[in-house]
Design a protein around this ligand. Structure first.
Ligand SMILES: [Mg+2]
Length: 221
């Protein structure tokens, strides 16, 4: 470990941090709209989740089961994901951080196929996301909800840090949304990237307001 530098592990959120959709929506919202849902359903489920009336696992189940019922296929899902793109400089920035010797992780509420499609060459050592599974004919058939979104994010960060023998004070996290708030005060250094939440912006050590992920290379030398 390089003692001259204050951080050893940097973890990233995905939607809104590494990848973007022109509408600003995340993959869950896009697939719900594609398979017969509505913005109203998206909003309602999120609200119920926030109020503790819907568990995360059940929320994932409600969404994915609808897609399955509508006959969703891998090709369709991938074609929706192709509406998304990596933020400019995301690939180069993350690879350069890896070259500099940082351990890298993803702690995200996204779906594994998003990262696999948009960033198959990613250098992350650990990836925690939701997962979906397709049968041999490419039909969506199952899912596994992550335990590590929102209030699970600090649990994941602690786990990754512990596995790598890195104190939390030497960890950093980059995220944009309300589901990243639980990491404030847990990660040693918090970067709010184009934050969608005032609480996140106010609690972060650094705010990157514009689409400038390569700025991270000035912070993590
Ligand atoms: Mg996000």
């Amino acid at each position: 470990m390089n003692e001259r530098r204050p951080y050893d592990l940097i973890c990233f959120d995905v939607d809104g941090t590494l990848v973007r959709h022109p509408s600003g929506m995340v993959i869950w919202e896009i697939l719900n709209l594609k398979y017969g849902g509505s913005n109203e359903i998206n909003r309602l489920r999120y609200q119920m989740y926030c109020e503790g009336r819907l568990s995360y696992e059940r929320w994932v189940q409600l969404d994915v089961q609808t897609w399955i019922d509508r006959g969703a296929t891998r090709d369709e899902v991938v074609s929706s994901i192709q509406e998304f793109s990596l933020f400019e400089g995301a690939r180069e920035t993350v690879h350069e951080l890896k070259n500099r010797g940082y351990r890298l992780g993803v702690i995200s509420g996204t779906i594994d196929i998003v990262l696999d499609t948009l960033f198959p060459d990613h250098p992350f050592d650990t990836v925690y996301t939701n997962k979906i599974f397709f049968d041999e004919e490419g039909k969506l058939e199952a899912w596994r909800a992550t335990r590590f979104d929102s209030h699970g994010k600090p649990v994941a960060l602690r786990e990754i840090a512990q596995k790598n023998d890195i104190p939390l004070s030497r960890t950093a996290y980059v995220g944009d949304g309300e589901n990243d708030i639980p990491l404030l005060g847990v990660a040693g250094y918090f970067v709010a990237f184009r934050p969608r939440s005032r609480e996140l912006a106010e609690g972060a050590d650094l705010v990157i307001a514009d689409e400038d992920l390569p700025k991270l290379l000035e912070i993590f030398e």
